[in-house]
Design a protein around this ligand. Structure first.
Ligand code: ZN
Ligand code: ZN
Length: 305
């Protein structure tokens, strides 16, 4: 009873700005996604959802996370721009904002300064609360000087609505075109936008956010890091490899987050494919010493829960 009154008192003070959350663009995105109920279902729309999910999860995990935040591989300025543009179409603001907050997370993981630690605050806060309240909407420029020297990245961060609006526009044109030329598919411009943008974006939000919430709560700790990061197969499956978060916190510079072939890491496999095409190069991986440390931990009794 005492605990309940403490929670009510805390909520009444609204210390986490939770009352402001209802005005957040991300909250409104969730409401708009309900529009899919009114535009109906078609397999063409489901295929659009799958494509926009896969492409944007890759742009966020390989692009925003492993490239812009950790510089774990190299690429051309053109491909850097493409990753920035496609990643920003996931409506999680631009690469400079994203990377600055993420670098801050690595510096202060699960310490009082950590912006989205479920250990310091709670799982809801770590998952979505910190973004909803918009308290961290400004870019920490001192953390991303290597990125802000590119005017095209500053442009994308400033006008982050443009990649979002272009994706919506392209989906609408495709849907309207299919409606005219292939009416048997049963799709339309609005249906394509609802499934290919809104529903897909909500899915991309929650799998990305799970890396901040779930993989700091559930899973095993291969390494005895100075934080609560954990490895989770299921989150790795949904996020194309980001669930190997305990490995990642041990050695953030690696473009590969799974350590062994059975630690599924689709983003790394796709990066290796792009490397063969000459689009990316100098992919960093875990050094031998990290593998030796993992084996030693395993010999001592295996990863702990
Ligand atoms: Zn983390
Ligand atoms: Zn990271």
């Amino acid at each position: 009873m005492k605990k309940l009154s403490k929670i009510i008192k805390h909520a009444a003070k609204d210390e986490d700005n939770r009352l402001l959350m209802a005005s957040s663009p991300i909250f409104i995105m969730h409401l708009l996604a309900l529009g899919a109920l009114f535009t109906g279902f078609s397999w063409a729309a489901v295929i659009a959802l799958l494509i926009t999910y896969v492409v944007r999860v890759f742009a966020l995990t390989a692009g925003f996370h492993r490239y812009f935040s950790h510089r774990s591989f190299k690429t051309s300025r053109v491909f850097q721009f493409i990753m920035a543009w496609v990643g920003t179409s996931a409506a999680q603001l631009g690469p400079m904002w994203w990377a600055a907050n993420h670098r801050h997370h690595h510096q202060h993981s699960d310490k009082p300064e950590d912006i989205h630690s479920p250990v310091i605050k709670d799982a809801f806060w770590a998952h979505i609360g910190w973004i909803l309240c918009r308290a961290y909407g400004t870019i920490q420029h001192d953390r991303i000087k290597d990125l802000s020297k590119y005017p095209e990245l500053r442009f994308i961060d400033r006008f982050h609505i443009l990649p979002v609006a272009s994706l919506i526009g392209v989906l609408y044109v495709i849907g309207a075109g299919l409606n005219v030329y292939y009416p048997g598919l049963g799709t339309s411009g609005m249906q394509m936008v609802m499934w290919g943008f809104f529903l897909s974006t909500i899915l991309v939000y929650h799998v990305t956010f799970c890396v901040n919430s779930v993989t700091h709560i559930i899973g095993n700790k291969r390494f005895d890091n100075d934080d609560e990061s954990r490895n989770s197969f299921w989150i790795a499956l949904l996020t194309f490899g980001e669930g190997w978060h305990n490995n990642h916190h041990r050695w953030p510079l690696s473009a590969r987050q799974g350590m062994y072939w059975w630690e599924f890491d689709l983003s790394y496999l796709l990066l290796r494919g792009l490397e063969k095409l000459g689009l990316v190069w100098d992919l960093k991986v875990y050094p031998e010493a990290i593998y030796a440390e993992a084996e030693q931990r395993s010999a001592e009794g295996g990863p702990v829960e």
